[in-house]
Design a protein around this ligand. Structure first.
Ligand code: SF4
Ligand code: SF4
Length: 172
């Protein structure tokens, strides 16, 4: 169901908080672990990221009954995410989004979609080997890719080897 005024306002406030948290966490990670992957490509609007939105919970939300209930209530009441599965090993909740129409593959509240929908797949870029959803038009580009491409171009290797190295090392 399309967002009304109340849900749109609540999501706007949540987005501000989400963006502030992301900025802080990513700055901290960059300082601690150095540069992460860059984001190449574009969104193809395939909606693969709408099929089963997933959120990794922190320890408090996962283990404390009241925190978990409040979190899931918020996801259902505000974001329109209905719980489908709780994956214990990954500490991750997987949802069905009630705004997603699988026939048209459109979001009925795209203008008010949550921060996590706007951010995908940037949250994966600090992983050692980011795996994006199949069909996603974005791709991770390794830190220092330009320098490595220049070095690779000066090597005496076949075009096939060059192409494979570029792909495996995520240089473009
Ligand atoms: S709110 Fe919209 S963009 Fe986000 S998962 Fe649902 S359908 Fe996709
Ligand atoms: S999976 Fe990637 S290309 Fe498809 S809609 Fe989401 S961000 Fe865009």
């Amino acid at each position: 169901m399309r967002d009304g005024t109340f849900r749109a306002a609540a999501k706007w406030v949540a987005r501000l908080r989400f963006a502030a948290d992301l900025r802080a966490v990513r700055a901290w990670r960059r300082q601690r672990s150095g540069p992460t992957f860059d984001l190449g490509g574009d969104c193809r609007r395939c909606a693969a990221c709408c099929e089963a939105p997933a959120i990794r919970a922190n320890a408090a939300v996962w283990h404390l009954r009241s925190a978990r209930a409040a979190f899931l209530w918020w996801q259902r009441a505000v974001n329109g995410f209905e719980l489908v599965e709780a994956r214990r090993l990954e500490r991750t909740f997987v949802f069905r989004c009630t705004h997603f129409d699988p026939q048209t593959r459109l979001c009925d509240s795209y203008e008010t979609r949550p921060g996590m929908c706007r951010d995908y797949p940037r949250g994966l870029l600090d992983q050692p080997a980011p795996e994006l959803l199949p069909g996603c038009g974005y791709r991770p580009i390794a830190p220092g890719a330009l320098r490595m491409l220049t070095a690779l171009d000066s090597q005496r290797i076949s075009d096939e080897q060059r192409a494979r190295l570029k792909r495996d090392l995520r240089l473009e």
